[in-house]
Write a protein that binds this ligand. Structure first.
Ligand SMILES: Cc1ncc(COP(=O)(O)O)c(C=O)c1O
Length: 389
């Protein structure tokens, strides 16, 4: 026995504070206390009806053993056809790899393109798992600090302004963003894609929230570069979070390396979810899913109307996705403690900003658009009353 600690340096990633908030919500439920949840990034709805039917049928129709490592061929064809039709690009099923949620796609694609010590540029605020996975893999995160001036999204000009030592091997963009809910304008995405090609950086475009737009156009990075990696998922628009299916659309050169990595990391994504997931792309499923987007739009309208009335005037107005990023600096400089106070005092759960922004997140919180309209209104009414007290 050397007494050496069991955990490695790479094993010590930051906790996901949103999940800690969920634990509090669950504890309160056990104590008989209701909480209005504006903290978790998941639809409150289940999978669309055609998926449920297909899942029931597939349970008895086949042994549901391992699928192909790169995923069920039919689902790959369906994703490729949907991507081609939606964005007017040519996407071959050969370039689609189905993954275990998009989260599985991040691990495989980061391993495929990055060596130890490589720099990766990403927006701050941004989705915390990128940072945690990258740091545990030994990559170096370069923060592109974003504020109101670019609607919390990175630009090609920010990449161009990076010092030589921080020139990235990969750039991650997320549109619509988490936590910002804002989109990158197609023309800016094209400039970022150009910059990446000119500077030998791999563009990784997280398009998990596509399908959820409140009016602004959404472009795929593959419209501008066939060297870009596109990431997608059934978790968000398709309302299938726990089914754990995502996909990568890869440049030719990366398909076999990602296949080989996935073979060792996961063998294959979940079989039943892939087989049933084919039905998520049918017109019947889409009609159901589009009605959810209308509910998110309604929750967004409530927040944009009620938050200023409650005294919260600085925020990122969501263009799509599931979130609103809110400045709370006039009431606290410790948004984590404030969120804990709110959940206990008024029964409303927000996500503390520090998860998403290690630099300025203590002054921000993230709200979701997932709760029913009336609950959202009630949450902001309670908030307004609380801060006036
Ligand atoms: C921006 C973004 N990317 C990826 C994910 C991971 O989603 P999943 O692994 O369920 O596809 C999330 C989940 O919240 C997210 O917000």
């Amino acid at each position: 026995m050397t007494g050496r600690q069991l955990v490695s340096d790479r094993g010590q990633v930051q906790p996901f504070r949103v999940m800690q908030m969920l634990d509090i919500v669950h504890r309160r439920a056990r104590e008989g206390k209701h909480t209005i949840m504006l903290c978790a990034g998941q639809p409150s709805t289940g999978a669309p009806a055609p998926v449920l039917t297909a899942a029931e049928e597939s349970l008895h129709a086949s042994p549901l053993g391992y699928t192909e490592v790169v995923g069920d061929r039919d689902l790959r064809e369906i994703v490729a056809a949907w991507h081609s039709d939606t964005y007017g690009v040519h996407t071959s099923a050969d370039n689609v790899v189905i993954t275990t949620g998009s989260s599985g796609g991040f691990v495989a694609s980061f391993l495929a393109v990055l060596d130890h010590g490589d720099a990766v540029a990403l927006s701050c605020p941004g989705y915390p798992a990128y940072r945690n996975i990258l740091e545990s893999l030994g990559a170096r995160v370069v923060n592109l600090v974003c504020d109101e001036s670019t609607r919390f999204q990175p630009t090609a000009a920010m990449l161009e302004a990076l010092p030589e030592a921080d020139r990235p091997r990969a750039v991650i963009v997320t549109s619509p963003g988490n936590p910002s809910g804002t989109t990158i304008d197609p023309a800016e995405l094209e400039r970022i894609a150009r910059w990446c090609e000119d500077n030998d950086a791999v563009l990784i475009s997280d398009e998990d929230y596509h399908g959820m737009s409140f009016g602004r156009p959404l472009a795929t990075a593959r419209q501008f570069s066939d060297r870009a990696i596109v990431v997608g998922t059934l978790s968000k628009y398709y309302s299938m979070t726990g089914w754990r299916v995502g996909w990568l659309i890869l440049p030719d050169e990366l398909v076999t390396p990602v296949e080989n990595l996935q073979a060792s990391l996961a063998l294959c994504p979940p079989a039943i979810s892939q087989v049933a997931g084919r039905a998520a792309f049918t017109p019947e499923a889409r009609a159901e899913l589009d009605s959810h987007v209308e509910r998110y739009r309604a929750a967004r309208a409530v927040l944009l109307e009620e938050l200023p009335a409650a005294g919260f005037t600085t925020m990122a107005e969501p263009d799509g996705g599931l979130y609103l990023w809110l400045d709370v600096s006039h009431v606290t400089d410790d948004s984590e403690a404030w969120c804990h106070e709110l959940v206990e005092e008024i029964g409303v759960a927000f996500a503390p900003g520090v998860d998403f922004d290690p630099i300025n997140g203590h002054k921000w919180v993230r709200l979701t658009l997932c709760a029913p309209e009336e609950e959202t209104r009630e949450a902001i009414r309670r908030l307004g009353e609380y801060v006036r007290r």
